[in-house]
Design a protein around this ligand. Structure first.
Ligand code: NAD
Length: 374
């Protein structure tokens, strides 16, 4: 068990911009004992979660400084997609969640530093990759959190209340985009007693929406592509016009709108226009989970909460970070599963190749070597 040589040093840097932690003591212990990594943890890594350095030490890690990690780690794992990697030394394997299709500029830094870069958000969305799927883990929590946040900000209640003083009708909640986040938002809003409607360009989402007890808004004439791997593709102008009118009608009467619509690597589609926000009742709430990619709502601003004529509009694509304990548990498992897979992967492994952007500064991923497919 212990006579295998150490695989190398794996470092985890602390990030002040995000309370989530991508490696918890439980998975640290497994990386050390099962996968034979020498794990270097930056001091106070778990501070935001109340996890002490001693717990990491007990798990077999070495607690050290950022400088030491940058100097000695062969692999660095990170969840901070705003960190440029400027001070990582050439040749290091940098594994994280970089949203590289959207933040392409940063890839130049990695290239110039001759890094090997793996972005877990590029993993193929298949059964084999499920345990490493950071997008699903975070989207699921964000969908839940969006409803809790909206319920808190809304000036009414979600369920129907029948009291001696009268009846309060349930809140009407509209979910735009019924992917992982949208479906979790539907389930959460239903559990809280809201009346829920949802819309998605993928017709396959209709069945899932209805199975969760929500009604599905359908627009005729949508386009789907087999080659898009289950993701949405851009729609025709005619479809977009019809969609705009129907969505406008539904937004106008909604108390809560949670928008999650995204197309990987592209600006998020605009689904909530100014006129639709103006038509909503004062006290209503919009949570725009696509804010980082430009937003589904024309008025939303990334990482800001604004008030527009009595409507609260939250622009936040990282709501999972507001529940860092749950988010870190899932992330730590996702990262560990990937490291475990990497340890036994053979050459040309689809998950390793599908998530690796470059090797020693040379682009290897088709999304970056073949611009016409982007
Ligand atoms: P996403 O975050 O890229 O987008 C969220 C949703 O927005 C999607 O459902 C998309 O269809 C929708 N959308 C895009 N443009 C829209 C528009 N103009 N109007 C309305 N809705 C729009 O997607 P996601 O949540 O990451 O999921 C993408 C797909 O991957 C889904 O089909 C999902 O079921 C699938 N998936 C598969 C697995 C697996 O293990 N097999 C895991 C996770 C997700």
């Amino acid at each position: 068990m212990t006579d295998q040589p150490v695989r190398g040093s794996l470092g985890v840097l602390k990030t002040d911009r995000d309370p989530r932690v991508c490696l918890l003591p439980k998975e640290t212990k497994r990386l050390v004992a099962e996968l034979k990594w020498n794990v270097l943890i930056q001091e106070d890594l778990g501070e935001s979660l109340g996890i002490s350095d001693a717990e990491y030490r007990e798990a077999g890690a070495t607690i050290t400084s950022k400088e030491d990690i940058l100097k000695n780690a062969d692999v660095i794992i990170s969840i901070d997609h705003t960190y440029g990697g400027e001070d990582i030394r050439p040749g290091v394997h940098f594994i994280g969640i970089f949203n590289p299709l959207f933040y392409r500029d940063r890839l130049e830094i990695y290239k110039n530093r001759a890094l090997t870069v793996t972005s877990l958000d590029l993993l193929p969305r298949n059964t084999l990759a499920q345990s490493m799927d950071v997008l699903s883990s975070m989207a699921s929590l964000a969908g839940y959190r969006a409803v809790i946040k909206a319920a808190n900000l809304f000036n009414g209640i979600l369920p129907m209340f029948t009291t001696a003083a009268g009846t309060i009708t349930p809140a009407k909640t509209l979910i735009l985009g019924a992917g992982v986040a949208g479906l979790q938002a539907i389930a959460t809003a239903r559990r809280l007693g809201a009346v829920v409607e949802a819309f998605d360009v993928r017709s396959a989402a209709g069945e899932e929406v209805r199975s969760l007890g929500a009604s599905f808004i359908e627009v005729e004439g949508h386009t789907e592509s087999q080659s898009a791997g289950g993701y949405a593709v851009e729609q025709s102008e005619e479809y977009q016009r019809k969609q705009k009118e129907l969505i406008h009608k539904h937004i106008s009467s909604a108390d809560i709108v949670i928008s999650t619509a995204n197309i990987p690597g592209r600006k998020a589609p605009v689904l909530i226009e100014n006129r639709s926000v103006d038509a909503m009742k004062p006290g209503s709430v919009i949570i725009d989970l696509a804010a980082e990619q430009g937003g589904n709502c024309t008025l939303s601003r990334n990482n800001e909460t604004i008030y527009h004529q009595g409507i609260t509009i939250v622009g936040n694509s990282n709501l999972a970070a507001e529940i860092p304990s749950a988010a870190s548990k899932l992330l730590s498992n996702n990262f560990f599963s990937f490291m475990k897979h990497m340890a036994k992967a053979k050459e040309n492994d689809p998950l390793i190749e599908g998530s690796r952007i470059m090797t020693d500064g040379v682009f290897t991923h088709p999304r970056f070597t073949e611009p016409q497919n982007n």
